[in-house]
Design a protein around this ligand. Structure first.
Ligand code: SUG
Length: 449
């Protein structure tokens, strides 16, 4: 069965700002209160999508969420006659809640959901579970809209099952595909699904000490059950707590896989050797061929260098010619040692990665979001791709329309203090209302109802 990986990138929203909201994400913490450029951020994201589309990788978009999130503010008792009054009231009495109601974090769609392609699932449907993102208040607001949007895009229930997010409680803390990798030979064959967690209630002492673990093993297991995955092809591994304490808040900051290739840092897991053995065995049992490991040692790069460069947050994409491309953040060029690792990966003929492209995603990177954070991978057969909402698939025309939409509606400078200005609410709603028409999404925002 011919299947492709479609990358669903999040469009950066008009309120992109540096709120310093993500405890444990060192880039977010260190850029707190700086001035952002939402227009540049959105254009940088669209430029990556356009480049990947041009080299033959199927590309789609997910819309920003409604921000400021007035229903959220009202739900926690911040009131006002008009929505503008709610903003004023929050700005005066609870600026720490206002900034969370304004976060554009939905752009990082690697956290939107976990997706299991149909060949992996017992009922042969594509299963999608939106992440509850319960560990951070600014991100926990995303689950409802993500569920609405994905239900609209994948509305054909004969082909797709969009589950509800898991209940929002620490034992089921779920951050979506950022902690999930699928290995296969070609996309259309049943894969090995690999879930990485940061904590488990069966061994609370193994949690990180400084920063929160955002993914619970119990959440990953629930998703595997919901998605009807076969236990033999489903693996779990614990992320090393010391790496979480060093700023690796998701597994996609320390490892990345695509098809039969796994690029990882040797400090990524609690027991990396055992994890690799289990992966190798599961892969070989399915495919009778080896999984290609691309290790990076502590001598090559420290965990700190991995976090600073975001090298492991590169995308690895399969090109139409069967080879693979590394889609890396340009920050990887800032260090000779990181550059040397990239050169070694690309120059090593024992793995299929033989090219690299560097992207300027600085606006997102300053909040801890690299190339891989900005995309949700959805493997679809050609028939399934025909059944999803077509208007979110990237084309030259859609790209041009979105660039012009951003140019018309986005500010080129935004400081967290600007969030008290109610005109940002109006600008944002006008932009999002127009976007839902462009993408034919219907009414997915509360202000449209
Ligand atoms: O959840 N940053 C996001 C970045 C998410 C990156 N995603 C992956 N690694 N897949 C987060 O930490 C910062 C927002 C702020 O500080 O304003 C933020 O939420």
């Amino acid at each position: 069965m011919t299947a492709h990986e479609v990358n669903f990138d999040g469009i950066v929203g008009p309120t992109h700002n540096y709120g310093g909201l993500a405890f444990g994400n060192v880039a977010s913490m260190s850029h707190s209160q700086q001035t952002s450029n939402p227009k540049k951020a959105a254009l940088q994201g669209l430029s990556k999508m356009r480049t990947l589309m041009d080299i033959g990788i199927p590309q789609a978009v997910l819309p920003p969420h409604e921000r400021p999130n007035i229903p959220f503010l009202r739900s926690i008792g911040i009131e006002g006659r008009t929505d503008g009054d709610v903003i004023k009231s929050a700005a005066n009495s609870h600026p720490e809640l206002l900034v969370r109601a304004y976060s554009a974090a939905a752009m990082w769609t690697a956290n939107a959901a976990t997706v299991s392609p149909s060949p992996d699932c017992h009922d042969k449907k594509v299963h999608i579970t939106p992440a509850n993102l319960m560990s951070q208040l600014h991100r926990s607001q995303e689950a409802i809209t993500t569920h609405a949007v994905l239900s609209r895009i994948f509305s054909d229930t004969d082909a797709f099952t969009v589950h509800k997010p898991l209940p929002s409680t620490p034992m089921l803390a779920d951050e979506g595909a950022a902690n999930h990798t699928r290995f296969c030979t070609s996309y259309g064959t049943p894969g090995v699904e690999f879930f990485v967690y940061g904590m488990t209630y069966s061994n609370p002492g193994s949690s990180p000490k400084k920063f929160p673990a955002r993914q619970a093993l119990e959440a990953s297991e629930a998703i595997a059950r919901l998605h009807q995955l076969s236990p033999e092809s489903t693996l779990y591994a614990q992320q090393h707590p010391q790496t979480i304490d060093a700023g690796v808040f998701h597994n996609d900051v320390i490892s990345v896989g695509n098809q039969n290739v796994f690029l990882y840092h040797e400090s990524a897991f609690v027991d990396t050797k055992n994890t690799l053995t289990r992966l190798r065995n599961a892969f070989e049992a399915s495919y009778q061929e080896p999984l290609i490991f691309v290790p990076v040692s502590v001598n090559q790069l420290t965990v700190q260098e991995a976090v600073d460069s975001y090298l492991f947050n590169s995308q690895i994409v399969s090109l139409p010619n069967g080879r693979m491309l590394l889609v890396a953040p340009q920050e990887a060029l800032d260090s000779q040692r990181v550059k040397a690792v990239v050169d070694a990966i690309v120059g090593d003929s024992s793995n299929p990665i033989d090219d690299v492209r560097f992207f300027d995603l600085r606006e997102s990177m300053h909040n801890g979001g690299g190339p891989a954070c900005l995309r949700l991978r959805v493997v679809l057969t050609e028939s399934e791709q025909g059944k999803m909402l077509q208007s979110v698939l990237m084309t030259e025309e859609l790209h041009a329309t979105l660039v012009s939409w951003v140019q018309r509606h986005y500010r080129d400078s935004l400081h967290p203090d600007d969030l008290r200005d109610p005109s940002l609410l109006r600008e944002s709603r006008t932009a999002l209302d127009e976007l839902t028409q462009i993408l034919e999404l219907g009414s997915v925002y509360s202000f449209q109802k």
